[in-house]
Design a protein around this ligand. Structure first.
Ligand code: XMP
Length: 518
């Protein structure tokens, strides 16, 4: 556990609970999110938070079975901040009244600041009208004893409430979303002003603590790490190497579906620059052979996942086995699997990183990034001196180009796609757009179209380009390129890549589309 001041966030199932943690961490405050119903008193006391935040959630406190904060939250003498449902649950628990309302508020709203409290101090002046983001049906209609109103909106007369003596605060709106422009400052007032957190949770401190933790866990044991060349496994590998040096071996499996020059780059970075023991296995014949004739996206994914494990186990045996398996698991994966509402209920796609874990695996897991969000992993990578080409990389899926080639995957198609993809990315980099885009790639379509080049007729493949902005990959917007950029890329692709004579741009957001095509 981190040695720094910490805040506990109890999750009641809001879609945006993770953003509370992000805002806090951005201000240097360590925090953890726990489901409201997995927070027994002993565990909270052991965690020793300096304050507690109750998240929003979809329930109504007037429903019999609705989630309730554990009573101890209000009995430890700690500052508490309730957000949206969290505010209602707190008011209800402390003797206030919450009712359904005809005036529901969703999205942007304005509050009139009528007073002052420790949370609004220095951010919102009395008399001001401030923008916030609301998402509620119920609202408080009677305050619990000891509370007073600090700001109100048309739909929520108790938009900000405060009980200064007990240091309990509530907001009807969501300060954690960017649509509440001063939200981060309001949260900082709570964590640093009210709770007294020092805001000293930096990546430098995290690095030193993580190295010590890895040493303590691994001892003299041997660790293997499946390296994909992506940000997460790369940062995990360099961090673990810093902790235990040659006790670490990385295994990089090239399934023949990587992007242009990717394998050479990974080998050069890890073996040559970081001096990390690396096994590079070219398994492209095996993967492409087994994918022959496979057209169903799920069968493709599962085939690749299965082969990954097979090859990985073979290589692991060759290096003499290991006591630990390192993975680049991130905090959002951890939260998803334990959240109050559970993970997604429908399998849209079978994702995999290392390819799932073999049943009956004896190795213990080393997951040094499980406290971190993606942008924090990038910050840690920079702290470790990793090159920007790796740290700032767009995400790349485990199954690689296979899920960007609808229909059967062949080596020829993969070769064509690599060329298209590298032209697109080269132009994006040249235009200085790489960092503004979450992910950009090309898809080779199983469609042939007629074209004319010189004086001749062509009958070749069409491809699609895709570029999206996103914060976490869960939702995504199309990147709005200039038309001149797209036509330049299209001209280059059709002129330089044999086998492609038409280029389209995918303008579907997520949802309803997904980022990858399969
Ligand atoms: P979708 O297509 O589901 O993708 O909107 C969301 C994000 O996840 C990446 N992705 C994967 N990453 N293994 C991975 O490590 C996978 O099997 C996988 N499938 C999709 C995708 O590239 C996007 O960033």
């Amino acid at each position: 556990m981190s040695q720094h001041d910490r805040i506990l966030i109890l999750d009641f199932g809001s879609q945006v609970t993770q953003l509370i943690a992000r805002r806090l961490r951005e201000s240097g405050v360590y925090c953890e999110i726990w489901p409201y119903n997995a927070a027994p008193e002993a565990r909270i006391r052991e965690f020793a938070p300096k304050g507690i935040i109750l998240s929003g959630g979809p329930a109504s406190v007037n429903e019999g079975e609705s989630p309730r904060p554990p009573a101890v939250v209000f009995e430890m003498g700690l500052p508490v901040m309730g957000i949206c449902y969290g505010q209602q649950a707190m008011a209800h628990h402390l003797g206030g009244l919450v009712e359904g309302s005809d005036h529901k508020e969703f999205g942007r709203a304005f509050v009139d600041v009528t007073g002052e409290c420790a949370i609004t101090q220095g951010v919102w002046a009395p008399g001001a009208r401030e923008q916030v983001w609301m998402s509620h049906g119920d609202r408080i209609t009677k305050l619990p004893p000891g509370f007073r109103v600090v700001a109100s909106s048309e739909g929520a007369p108790f938009a900000v409430i405060a009980d200064d003596a007990r240091r309990f605060y509530g907001t009807m709106f969501h300060p954690e979303v960017v649509h509440t422009p001063h939200g981060a400052q309001l949260l900082q007032n709570f964590t640093q002003g009210v709770c007294g957190c020092r805001g000293d949770w930096t990546m430098g401190a995290y690095r030193a603590e993580a190295v010590a933790r890895i040493r303590a866990q691994v001892g003299n044991g041997r660790v293997i790490c499946g390296l994909s060349g992506g940000v997460d496994s790369s940062v995990a590998a360099v961090l673990i190497h810093e902790a235990i040096g040659d006790q670490l071996t990385c295994i990089y499996v090239d399934h023949g579906l990587m992007r242009a020059n990717e394998s050479a780059q990974v080998v050069a970075t890890f073996r040559d620059r970081f001096n990390i023991k690396l096994v590079h296995r070219d398994a492209s014949d095996l993967f492409l052979g087994q994918l022959s004739g496979v057209t169903d996206p799920e069968v493709k994914r599962k085939t690749i996942g299965r082969l990954f494990i097979e090859v990985f186990e073979e290589e692991q045996n060759k290096v003499g086995g290991a006591d630990f398996l390192a993975q680049g698991t991130l905090y959002p994966d951890v939260i998803e699997s334990i959240s109050a509402t559970g993970g997604p209920s429908v399998t849209i796609k079978s994702h995999h990183n290392v390819g799932g874990l073999p049943a009956g695996m004896r190795m213990k897991l080393v997951e040094p990034l499980r406290d971190l969000f993606k942008d924090e992993v990038r910050a840690l990578g920079r702290e470790l001196g990793m090159p920007e080409e790796i740290v700032g990389r767009h995400p790349f899926p485990g199954p690689g180009l296979a899920i960007r080639i609808p229909g059967e995957v062949t080596r020829e198609k993969a070769d064509i796609l690599r060329k298209v993809d590298s032209i697109f990315l080269e132009e994006i980099r040249a235009a200085g757009l790489y960092d503004a885009i979450w992910q950009a790639f090309a898809v080779l379509l199983p469609v042939r179209t007629v074209g004319v080049m010189g004086d001749g007729r062509t009958y070749d493949s069409a491809c699609a380009l895709r570029a999206v902005t996103s914060t976490d990959g869960m939702t995504a917007d199309v990147y709005p390129f200039d038309m001149s950029f797209l036509t330049r890329v299209s001209n280059r692709i059709v002129n330089e890549v044999r086998g492609v004579n038409r280029v389209t741009y995918d303008i579907t957001s997520k949802p309803p589309g997904t980022i990858e095509w399969e």
